[in-house]
Design a binder for this molecule. Structure first.
Ligand SMILES: [Zn+2]
Length: 188
């Protein structure tokens, strides 16, 4: 990669397009991170400071939508309109594979947003190249795992708080008091 590659990146913020010269590929990894930053900046401008869903408290930018009624998360917005809160997600990307999995709407929005950062070679596969197909699957798996990774510490903290609340209410062996047993005794 040329030393001055960074300095030759040009961002046209007016139309939101990024046009870096690059000798090796059509979608260099650095380009996708810049595209991601530009999208986040645009969303921040639209959503304002500290946006969150007034119903459930969701703060994930990609999951928030601006409506005539204010800012809501996608799932609460659907619920208000009497629509399903789950959606069909194209795990490998719509252009690569038509198969879908049903997931909550907010996660769908976040994962679809991440798909926009995949290299174009993994997002389009007109010849059904098996390696591009596998690459799309790996990007999809990565995005799912990355989404959960973002949540792991928060979940661990929340479970500890829940454990304290249960101990206060039911004693140090709350699982016996509730008759549910320990987690490793549960049926798989
Ligand atoms: Zn919500």
């Amino acid at each position: 990669m040329p030393d001055n590659w960074n300095s030759r990146i040009s961002i046209n913020t007016r139309v939101g397009r990024i046009t870096p010269p690059h000798p090796y590929g059509k979608t260099p990894i650095m380009t996708t991170s810049i595209q991601k930053a530009v999208r986040a900046e645009k969303r921040a401008r639209t959503l304002g400071d500290d946006p969150r869903c007034p119903i459930c408290g969701e703060t994930t930018q990609a999951a928030l939508v601006t409506t005539d009624d204010g800012i809501y998360c996608y799932e609460c917005h659907c619920e208000k309109q009497g629509k399903a809160t789950t959606e069909a997600h194209h795990h490998l990307g719509r252009a690569i594979d038509p198969n879908t999995v049903t997931i909550p709407g907010n996660i769908h929005r976040a994962l679809s947003d991440r798909q926009r950062d995949w290299p174009m070679e993994a997002r389009q596969n007109p010849e059904r190249d098996p390696l591009r197909w596998i690459a799309a699957g790996l990007y999809g798996l990565h995005d799912h795992l990355a989404w959960w990774l973002d949540w792991l510490r928060r979940l661990a903290t929340w479970f500890l708080q829940l454990a304290e609340a249960l101990r206060d209410q039911h004693g140090p062996q709350w699982w016996d008091a509730l008759g549910i047993g320990r987690v490793w005794e549960a049926a798989a």
